[in-house]
Write a protein that binds this ligand. Sequence first.
Ligand SMILES: [Zn+2]
Length: 315
Amino acid sequence: MSWFKRATDGLKTQKKKDMPELWLKCQSCGEVIYKKELEKNYHVCAKCDFHFRMKPDDYITLLLDEEQFDEFNANMLSVDFLKFKAKKKYSDQIKAAVKKTGKNDAVRTGFGKIHGQEIVICMMDFSFIGGSMGSVVGEKIARATDEAIKRRLPLIILSASGGARMMEGAISLMQLAKTSTRLAKFAEKGLPFISILTDPTTGGVTASFAMLGDIILAEPGALIGFAGPRVIKQTIGQDLPEGFQRSEFQLKHGFVDAVVSRHEMKEKLKQIIDFTMPAAMNLAENGEFEVGASDTLNQSENDDSTTLNKDVGAN
Ligand SMILES: [Zn+2]
């Protein structure tokens, strides 16, 4: 019967089409989710609470009052000073990433408000060359820290990174020292630095600012570590425990202070700021810490770094 046998030869079976763009499958529980619903739920699976990766724009919606974000240094661009080429030219990678994301590098920094309290916030973007930290990411975080000192504001950094940007060689590694020393100055002023680790926070970012928070929060299920689990497994030749390097594992082992769901993140930040800021302001009023940060804004340091970055106009 032609129902069961092909009556004509040469007909090609149509390939099963991928699921339409409007829907996607949860990586964790397999539930098919309507994309719009997922966006409304801050990219969290309603069935299993899996946290999908988010971009800075989504965090602006999630965390900041009236979605107001006053960005600075947005035009700072990376320069391929080593003329680095592996599979692709680094210069081409930068161009492609700028085109894809519509942003100039893997972090956005600026002012915002959380329940009326002004803050300085830095948000990394994993979709920009794996959220890798090169000279621009390091410089923008250093400048954001200076800005928080100058205005005596809490600092919040959301990390999402595969590590240092190897295409910038040793310069990318220098960003570890640069961001860490600025944060040490920030700590001297008694201001709170809240570090939020999202999926994934690894490599040079874990080895520097991400782990220097006065309070370190993590989103559920985020991969947090220095080397990835595959590399560790190969190196030690042993199976790794279940949930290795995930937020909950790191909480149990003392690397993070709390695992906080996206739905509770803004309230948690408010709670921490309300708890820490009065003390920071008291210290300033009692003259124990100098208000203003002219000493931290070392002009020559800034000049050095701008020779590496093409800063096309402030803001
Ligand atoms: Zn799910």
